[in-house]
Design a protein around this ligand. Structure first.
Ligand code: SF4
Ligand code: SF4
Length: 135
């Protein structure tokens, strides 16, 4: 038996396909959706806790990769070093989970880590290296 937390990146063409249902039906896996984000034009992201027999789990992951879903382990947390952040807002439009919000009056950028799906996009994009991966 195996249980893992994973992030699935869906291309647009797969966004309305019953992929998770197939994992349950064809591979006898159990799932718990931790977070989901669908952008109609861009595809979607799903953070799942997935469990099942080792062989079924591996076959389920192979199925996902075969149809074009990118599978990433969710083994990391993203934190912001507030002393470095200059509130430049570069991260705001690029975060697929909408974890950054600009305060309208002060223009300060707030980071809501409960929305973060640990995709790592902001870590690479932040010019001041304020977003960090904590393993
Ligand atoms: S890109 Fe970096 S410095 Fe700019 S607002 Fe985001 S976290 Fe702060
Ligand atoms: S890692 Fe950064 S870009 Fe990715 S979801 Fe978290 S806050 Fe957003």
């Amino acid at each position: 038996m195996i249980t893992k937390r994973i992030v699935l990146h869906f291309p647009h063409r797969l966004a309305d396909q019953p992929i998770v249902y197939k994992l349950v039906k064809d591979y006898d896996l159990e799932f718990n959706i931790l977070k989901a984000y669908i952008a109609p034009e861009k595809g979607g992201l799903l953070v799942l806790e997935l469990s099942g027999e080792d062989k079924n789990y591996e076959q389920g992951i192979q199925y996902l990769k075969r149809i074009g879903v990118k599978v990433q382990a969710l083994s990391q947390d993203i934190i912001r070093n507030d002393r470095r952040c200059s509130h430049c807002s570069v991260c705001v439009p690029i975060c697929p989970a909408g974890a950054f919000l600009v305060e309208p009056l002060t223009r300060e950028v707030h980071f809501d880590d409960s929305k973060c799906i640990a995709c790592g996009v902001c870590v690479k994009a932040c010019p001041l290296r304020a977003m960090e991966v904590r393993f």
